[in-house]
Design a protein around this ligand. Structure first.
Ligand SMILES: C[S@@+](CC[C@H](N)C(=O)[O-])C[C@H]1O[C@@H](n2cnc3c(N)ncnc32)[C@H](O)[C@@H]1O
Length: 361
């Protein structure tokens, strides 16, 4: 993010300097109970989490918009309505806005941003007004903050959206939906299942659109949820496809080939796998400003496309001779093919669509 948005980065650094000298930024900025964060903790998260979320979101959406079929859909829209869930101070939202700026011009973009911690949402609105909105040259973005605590099973969310989005804006279905790093939050951990998320996306996402769900993965975490998230996500997706059948128009595109293997009944080939994840590094300033440091995080990203677009794109991901890099264990890349009995002839990243388009495959 330092390179993507240096001004914003400098501002965060200034706030950091106002924290008490002995404040444990790394610890306080990396909890799983962010819903109840104090203002100081929100600053700690701005240092520890925000730049990574910004970068990851920018990379994820650049990959999607880089795909010619997806680009064409969004290129043809005048207005783009986005629903973003549990957005904190908005690293994920601003990374998306940055990607929109890179790929599109002249769009009106409404971002309905749901967040349960009102101070974090206020920080997001302030950052947007001071450091994002004024710098936009390609698109007109309106950020609509929606303070709401999302309940397990997404109960009550529709009522909140009705008052702040469906009725005032006449928007009930979205052009893009996302949720970043909140499934293992203490407020819902264990009560909220990815299954609910898929059903919600399936209902509220327009056909021929994209959605993203991104979470951090930590195989050494003390929380069971952090270690098993990717397996749960895939398992629930298969269950959800089975239940929804023809009512489902949500196709999961990544991680390939993990999903395709499970859907096609080759699940046994994944036994013993610790999970699939990608790593995106961010280069950040350390708190004492004497040196810069790399901040790395493993992430699990599900990219979805709906309707005919989803069906078309998922066809490109069926080459049995591609070895997909699904993880990196002990310094070694880990590859899987769609069918483990087939020989790997070329390689790709399990989370990246960009180079798998029809023209290039
Ligand atoms: C780790 S932060 C991620 C923030 C942002 N999505 C990002 O990627 O930078 C998790 C966010 O989820 C919010 N959150 C947690 N539980 C929530 C709930 N039940 N309803 C709404 N927001 C919630 C927290 O307040 C926090 O801002």
């Amino acid at each position: 993010m330092r390179h993507l948005n240096p001004t914003l980065y400098e501002v965060i650094q200034e706030w950091a300097n106002d924290l008490p000298i002995d404040y444990e930024v790394q610890r306080e900025g990396n909890t799983r109970d962010n819903l109840h964060n104090s203002k100081e903790k929100i600053v700690a998260c701005l240092i520890e989490q925000f730049p990574m979320s910004y970068r990851q979101s920018y990379e994820v959406y650049s990959d999607l918009f880089n795909q010619s079929e997806i680009f064409s859909v969004y290129h043809s829209l005048d207005t783009i309505n986005v629903l973003a869930m549990a957005t904190g101070s908005g690293g994920d939202v601003f990374g998306l806005i940055h990607a929109f700026e890179k790929y599109f011009k002249g769009k009106t973009i409404h971002i309905f941003s749901v967040e349960g911690n009102e101070d974090a949402l206020q920080s997001q609105t302030n950052l947007f007004k001071r450091y994002i909105e004024g710098n936009l040259i390609a698109n007109k973005v309106q950020l609509v903050p929606i303070p709401a605590v999302i309940q397990p099973g997404l109960r009550g969310l529709k009522e909140e959206l009705k008052d702040r989005c469906f009725t005032p804006y006449g928007v009930e279905k979205f052009d893009l939906m996302h949720g970043f790093k909140w499934m293992n939050e203490k407020s819902i951990r264990g009560w909220f299942h990815p299954y609910h998320f898929y059903a919600f996306f399936n209902y509220h996402l327009l056909p021929d659109r994209v959605a993203v769900w991104l979470e951090t993965v930590d195989l050494k975490s003390q929380y069971q949820g952090d270690r098993s998230l990717s397996q749960r996500a895939i398992f629930d997706y298969v269950k959800y496809c089975h239940h929804f059948q023809e009512k489902n128009h949500l196709m999961a595109l990544t991680p390939t080939p993990c999903i395709a293997r499970h859907l096609s009944g080759k699940r046994k080939q994944c036994e013993g796998c610790l999970g699939c994840f990608d790593e995106i590094d961010t280069y950040v300033k350390s708190m004492d400003e004497r040196a810069n440091r790399w901040q790395g995080q493993s992430i699990f990203v599900m990219k979805f496309a709906s309707g005919p677009l989803g069906r078309e794109l998922s066809k490109y991901l069926q080459d049995e001779h591609v070895g997909y890099q699904t993880a990196f264990f002990n310094g070694q890349p880990h590859f899987c093919t769609l069918n483990s009995t087939k020989e790997m002839k070329k390689v790709a990243n399990a989370f990246v669509l960009g180079n798998l388009s029809k023209q290039e495959s």
